[in-house]
Design a protein around this ligand. Structure first.
Ligand code: IPT
Length: 269
């Protein structure tokens, strides 16, 4: 069998680790994977890339591109009867999906910081065009609100370390420092750690930093990053398994929700 993987920028760590997991699981099942990478997520580019994959007669398509409900549903309809599984859509999209529980991830990060006694908590979210970035952000707000707190400050980056660095300088510029920063992914957290180091701000002595993803390098940051783990290897494997068996399960909508966990390392105290 041949599967198609339509993915967002593979220069980002999370999508590249998902692609790697998909490739190796498919390899075990003697299936091949055609990878198509999208630099832009507009409807036209998505439709064109999907059509190209379908023209290669793939048996199923995985889509790891942040998509709003309407576009996801449109792509699934275009691909039919070829099964499609989406990895970055919201629960409300009426498509087959396998997604990590972003609400739980946001809660775990906030609860960890509250338990450590922090109250001045700044938020560094992902790009507003990303469904999962928006869900993580609103999850943080809800969890803070439950503790009767409002964010100390907010900013949004574009998932890159460079944007984390730049936005952290903004969050750290005021007369008072936050006690902690929740960051929507580990790559931006890397930039945050760099900005703190430059300003002579000790992590975790003066500021705690929590990342999100637990990509393979995060245990090697300085200090090793406390983060919300999304098990990309398992997600890749499960999605390949689902697609390879999709013919039998095609009748019902499949919405798999994967749990996330907090990995406590040395960037929080
Ligand atoms: C999501 C990552 O958490 C984030 O770091 C970034 O790489 C983003 O992907 C790129 O789209 S994971 C996704 C399956 C929600």
């Amino acid at each position: 069998k041949t599967l198609g993987l339509l993915t967002t920028d593979l220069a980002l760590h999370a999508p590249s680790q998902i692609a790697s997991a998909v490739k190796s699981r498919a390899g075990l099942a003697a299936a091949s994977v055609i990878i198509s990478m999208l630099e832009q997520h507009d409807a036209e580019s998505c439709i064109a890339a999907l059509q190209e994959l379908l023209a290669q007669r793939v048996d199923g398509v995985l889509i790891n591109v942040p998509l709003d409900d309407a576009l996801a549903q449109q792509l699934a309809a275009q691909a039919a009867p070829t099964p499609v599984l989406f990895l970055d859509v919201s629960d409300s999209a009426a498509v087959n999906s396998l997604v990590f529980d972003a609400g739980q991830g946001a809660r775990l990060g906030v609860e960890h910081l509250l338990m450590l006694g922090h109250q001045r908590i700044a938020l560094l979210g992902g790009p507003e065009t990303s469904v999962s970035a928006r869900t993580r952000f609103s999850g943080w707000l809800a969890a803070l609100q439950q503790a009767e707190l409002v964010p100390f400050a907010c900013a949004n980056g574009d998932w890159s370390a460079a944007s984390g660095y730049e936005k952290a300088h903004g969050l750290l510029a005021g007369p008072q420092l936050p006690q902690a920063i929740l960051v929507a992914n580990d790559q931006m957290a890397l930039g945050v750690l760099r900005a703190c180091a430059e300003k002579g701000i000790a992590v975790p002595g003066q500021i705690s930093v929590v990342g999100y993803d637990d990509t393979a390098d995060s245990a090697w940051f300085s200090p090793p990053l406390t983060t919300v783990r999304q098990a990309f290897k398992e997600a890749g494997a499960q999605s390949v398994d689902w697609l390879l068996n999709a013919a039998e399960s095609a009748a019902e909508l499949c919405q798999l929700r994967l749990p996330v966990t907090l990995v406590e390392r040395y960037s929080t105290a």
